[in-house]
Ligand binder design. Sequence first.
Ligand code: F6R
Length: 609
Amino acid sequence: MCGIVGYIGHRPAAEILLRGLERLEYRGYDSAGLAVTDAGTTEVLRSVGKLSALAEALKGHPLTGTLGIGHTRWATHGRPSEENAHPHSAGPVTVVHNGIVENHLALREALEKRGHVFRSETDTEIFSHAIREQIDAGLSLLEATRKVLAGVEGSYAIAVTSTTEPDRIVAAKNASPLIIGLAEGECYLASDVPALLQHTRRVVFMFEGEMAELTRDGYRLMNLAGEPIEREVKQITWTPSQAEKSGHKHFMLKEIYEQPRAMVDTLRGRVSLEHADVHLEDVHMTEAFVKGIERVVISACGTAAHAGLVGKNLIEGAARIPVEVDLASEFRYRDPVVGPNTLFVAVSQSGETADTLAALREAKARGARILSVCNVIDSSIARASDDLIYTHAGPEIGVASTKAFMTQMLALQLLAVWLGRRRGTMPFEATRDRLQALVELPGVVEQQLGCAQQVLALAHKYMNARDFLYLGRGVNFPIALEGALKLKEISYIHAEGYAAGEMKHGPIALIDEAMPVVVLAPQGSHYDKIVSNLQQVKARLGQVIALVTEGNHSLDGMSDDIIELPPVLEALQPFVTTIPLQFLAYYIADLKGTDVDQPRNLAKSVTVE
Ligand code: F6R
């Protein structure tokens, strides 16, 4: 996610902005820039890559002035490049932005028709041109920004300066974080607290739909209608490292809690309830190709492959196309049967995983059409694809995939509906119901996050187990695999995920009173069968942790512990069953004192075979 900083005071701004951006590096970025205003002019400096490149550029071209804004960009619209890096200027106006403007194409087209010339591929640039237009028409910077925001749909945090009023910064926030920092004769602005802590601990959190005007004398907070808002100034007591994790002990825990927000970003602008359809902006298959698809092959590694297995269920169910899921490291060394009527789907958070990229190239060489589900914009896998669905989960810092997994499943769910609609296998009403459930899903996941304290108690109880077994059926079988992978990779406890019906063919031999068995048993078409499997575990004295739909008490007598799940459509159960398993792995690892965010021997991006 992009990072924003702003400063107005009496000290040189450039150095303060650069140090502030360094504190936001953990958010992930691919380019950076600064704009400093002095004596009625604004100078902008931008560079691709690390902040050290910007610092180097600054040495050769110092920016003087005591007012400025800065930005680290994590690409969402347009590749990482100097032209796309922020700040973006038009006439006297300079803007930095974090978020996604959903209606930017329409706004850009209208501005271009009125003679504005765009210099980047970003959605952000609409702000600088549109605000400039209003200032030219006689409005103040604050009023101009307010007027423009009234026509903007989507998420944003912005900071705007104008040489026409070189004594203020205007800021606004909607669904992207923005915080004001206060000191004597100075005001700061930042996407997150760590960027402020070296200067002040007195902060004001901006809320949705709010604007602020920052001057050397202080700040004014208001809503988008211009009505003043009073807000308590908070005293921050976090250490800088706690602040980076929003007060959480580890990035993994922060990212688990970010999942509802990440899911909203995956869905943003893609769901139309009115037309009962999904809009995938970077998918360009023709209708004839979609109708002629004979097979879908999903290929990925690790957690992404588990998302692929969920995707298989969803695509087969919605679009009635046979789907195969192949581990990329296996696919690439086989003699795979793929051809021009195959849709090959690569799933990868980083977009750089060597095996997935090689599998993709193999499929491409054999004539398959390539669609990728990626988180990192313009990554190698994204660039090598014909069609793309970006997950927009934001950077994931913890090595163990959590929000990336959740948004990969969601992106595959969108693909399933998209294919189903075009192949005539998803009727209007059923699609609308499914999409309505998808729109409600982030809220349901938020509710499921409430199980954290209960799962922490279970972690205390089971942390010394030597092995774990996870059982699931149908759409929850991949979640059993994912739960086991999460536990082993961060707690170093041996764990296996199994299709519950397979247990009697081998793993049942492992079960005794020392073996915790996590059974995914929400209500649905597999319920009776999984209850039989649970009984088989109990008959061998295994310790059962059952995940059941709330209100179902029929397993109380057969289970040692019960975790309740809100009721959701069966196809969407993986989104709720995943949460307790992430918490279980996290809390056991934390209690054991392992390096949760950087488990031994693991890397976030596996670019070797
Ligand atoms: C496990 C995990 C890994 C990745 C795998 C693929 O928590 O994160 O199993 O899922 O290395 O990585 P990407 O998605 O970047 O291709």
